[in-house]
Design a protein around this ligand. Structure first.
Ligand SMILES: C[S@@+](CC[C@H](N)C(=O)[O-])C[C@H]1O[C@@H](n2cnc3c(N)ncnc32)[C@H](O)[C@@H]1O
Length: 261
């Protein structure tokens, strides 16, 4: 039933989504043409794509500690790394979008909720070696592999913090000078997602960008997305179906765009 509802939500998105020709806002036009639709040079993410390929072949078993909404795909605690990589890591298409967002807007202090094997963290960190990426993960065995992956790629600008978000999130936010980009990709539950947004807002500035994963994954996540869109601090939002981007720039009008991606 959940799968059918999800398909309906995608069909709804598909017919609603527009391209840059229908966008009146200069800010969003620039975002669509220079970030969302821009092609990366192949060499930019080649090492990350190679790492992903290796992870997708790994037969190593790990014990999963799941503090979040859990997986719809595999409920057992023991999983192969290749299955975690295939089911949890953002695809190359979305990973490279994160890379381009950072390349274009240059956020210095980045927070990621949900490291998993570290694939998305690599895009976040590699785009700008001078940024500071704080990434939080609850499962120690998954986090251990993520750490090895950062070392393998020679990435030095990631701080990986292991523990339940309940214990690590506030503490990490307090440590950060400011929050310039937040990628929320863990614990896809309505109440938790709204809470993460509210807490991040306290550390945000006018240029802070939020990227929420799986905004249409469940009814709860749809409610959370609507709540975030209606929040008084939110100005412009972009719905790409599998992720939602939120801007809180006060000079932008409150407008919600559904963009084909
Ligand atoms: C979808 S995966 C992240 C994928 C990763 N961002 C990527 O694209 O490569 C979500 C991760 O969040 C972690 N997580 C979910 N809820 C959590 C919580 N409450 N505390 C700590 N970690 C949590 C899970 O263990 C899982 O590894």
């Amino acid at each position: 039933m959940k799968a059918i509802q999800f398909i309906f939500r995608y069909i709804n998105y598909f017919f609603k989504a527009k391209n840059h020709h229908s966008v009146q806002s200069p800010f969003v036009f620039q975002l669509v043409t220079k970030v969302i639709n821009k092609k990366l040079k192949e060499k930019d993410c080649i090492e990350i794509e190679q790492l992903r390929k290796e992870l997708c072949k790994s037969e190593i078993d790990i014990n999963i500690t799941d503090f979040g909404a859990g997986s719809n795909i595999n409920k057992s605690n023991k999983r192969k790394v290749k299955d975690v990589a295939k089911n949890s890591a953002k695809s190359s298409k979305f990973g490279q979008l994160l890379y381009r967002i950072i390349d274009f807007y240059n956020p210095k202090n980045i927070l990621e909720l949900g490291t998993s094997l570290g694939v998305s963290s690599c895009y976040l960190a590699k785009s700008n070696g001078n940024s500071n990426v704080f990434t939080l993960e609850g499962c120690p065995e998954t986090a251990k592999i993520a750490k090895e992956n950062f070392e393998k790629l020679g990435i030095k600008n990631i701080n990986l913090i292991v523990g339940n978000f309940k214990d690590t999130f506030d503490e990490t936010l307090n440590k950060m000078d400011s929050l310039d980009l937040a990628f929320i990709d863990g614990n896809h539950q309505e109440k938790a997602t709204i809470e993460y947004f509210n807490n991040c807002l306290e550390k945000s500035n006018n240029n802070t960008i939020f990227v929420f994963d799986d905004i249409h994954w469940s009814e709860g996540m749809e409610n959370a997305w609507k709540h975030i869109q209606n929040h008084p601090k939110t100005s412009t939002t972009i719905d790409l179906f599998f992720v939602g981007i939120v801007f809180i720039k006060s000079e932008l009008t409150k407008e919600h765009f559904t963009i084909r991606f």
